[in-house]
Design a protein around this ligand. Structure first.
Ligand code: 2PG
Ligand code: MG
Length: 395
């Protein structure tokens, strides 16, 4: 693959913040990718390069300058080759030189170019690269937003419905329940990820409502992303104005699992509270999924460490937490080696790029977290999965 030109520009994400979109051209082929941006970012994530005013002009300059100079006029045999070069040029542990956002925009565009050249769908090229059998993921559909995504009106950041089955049928079912929930809640604002952002006086109310709504749907269960690093201040967790120790919070989770059909609990404690994760695993690890996100940040070393210490049994995989697809795929392989389930995830600030849908299917992920049904950029990912399902059946 011969790279002829590299261009980048700033586009706005769903929060109206600038993010980077990059286009690579090789002869008659052209591929574009844009990268999402998190709000409740883990402090161990790779560095998203931002100007002091929040812009991405430096990241764009890196793509069109240093990176373009290294790519243009050279031949590459695989997308791994391009990622390896990016990693060498960056030369830092946290991608702070080039910026993980700049690097990932190239990495995804390159994957698309190689898929086009091979005349195979993007998901197939990802599956080949990861050496796994593609599979339809469960949908993790966000229905209520709280935490940092909705001014902490609800304590936990995400209340999700997990829907099993074919994407087409799962999406239809999720939409039915999402609409019923909207009717029940009345006029409430929407949160960052296209789910409702209501207010409740107790921790249990959202779970009472959701478990009642999903009772007629045997393929559905409930998940939360506690995003507990955002709740942790001065050695205590703050939920609805009350302070909780790690043990108190652990009892909250035990109670939820005992009373409601809980599929998974993501980031139940602060990102560095390794011992608390391990203790919760001994209590709930056989009954539900304990998912690492800020804890593991798609970083192979942190996933291996979480496995060695029995801290989790499932992992969120977000390519922009690490900066290249090559490293993301190593994280997926480590996740599989640890016998953890992988959940591919979007970010709370999204674009219309549907890469994560091809990625989730391509790596045979257990699930995909792509947000609520009240925002177009989230629906596009689910719709892409429906199309992939159809496409893969006809191949
Ligand atoms: C999360 C994500 C995505 P953010 O915590 O899992 O839902 O949120 O992108 O803000 O980190
Ligand atoms: Mg999370």
């Amino acid at each position: 693959m011969h790279i002829d030109s590299v261009h980048a520009r700033a586009i706005l994400d769903t929060r109206g913040r600038p993010t980077i979109e990059t286009t690579l051209v090789s002869r008659h082929l052209k591929a574009t990718a844009s990268v999402p941006s998190g709000k409740s970012t883990g402090s161990h994530e790779a560095c998203e390069l931002r100007d002091p005013d929040g812009g991405v002009t430096q990241a764009i300059a890196n793509v069109e300058g240093t990176i373009a100079q290294a790519l243009i006029g050279r031949d590459f045999v695989s997308s791994d080759d391009i990622d390896a070069l990016l990693i060498v040029i960056d030369g830092t542990a946290d991608k702070s030189h080039l910026g993980a956002n700049a690097m990932l925009s190239i990495s995804i565009a390159a994957e698309r170019l190689f898929a086009q050249e091979a005349r195979i769908p993007l998901w197939r090229s990802i599956a080949n690269r990861a050496r796994v059998t593609p599979a339809v993921p469960h949908l993790y559909v966000n229905v209520m937003n709280g935490g940092a995504h909705a001014d902490f009106k609800l304590p936990f950041q995400e209340y999700l419905l997990v829907v099993e089955g074919s994407t087409h049928a799962a999406l239809k079912e999720a939409h039915e329940v999402f609409t019923k929930l909207g009717e029940k809640l009345g006029k409430v604002p929407m949160g960052d990820e296209g789910g409702y952002a209501p207010t409740f006086d107790t921790l249990e109310e959202p779970f009472e409502i959701l478990s009642e709504l999903i009772a007629p749907h045997p393929s559905m269960s409930i998940a939360i992303d506690a995003a507990a690093s955002e709740l942790y201040h001065d050695a205590a967790y703050r939920l609805l104005g009350k302070e909780y120790s790690a043990d108190d919070l652990s009892r909250v989770y035990e109670n939820l699992v005992a009373r409601y059909p809980m599929h998974s609990i993501e980031d139940p404690f602060d990102e560095d509270a390794h011992g608390d994760f391990a203790r919760l695993m001994t209590i709930l690890g056989k009954k539900t999924r304990i998912v690492g996100d800020d804890l593991t940040v798609t970083n192979p070393e942190r996933i291996e460490s979480a496995s060695a210490h029995g801290e989790i049994n499932a992992v969120l995989i977000k390519p922009n937490q690490i900066g290249t697809l090559q490293e993301t795929i190593v994280a997926v392989q480590d996740t599989r080696a640890a016998e953890f389930e992988a959940i591919a995830s979007h970010r709370s600030g999204e674009t219309d790029d549907t890469f994560i849908a091809d990625f989730a299917y391509g790596i045979g992920a257990h699930g995909i977290k792509a947000g609520g049904l009240g925002q177009k950029e989230r629906l596009l990912k689910y719709e892409r999965l429906v199309a992939i399902e159809r496409e893969s059946l006809s191949l």
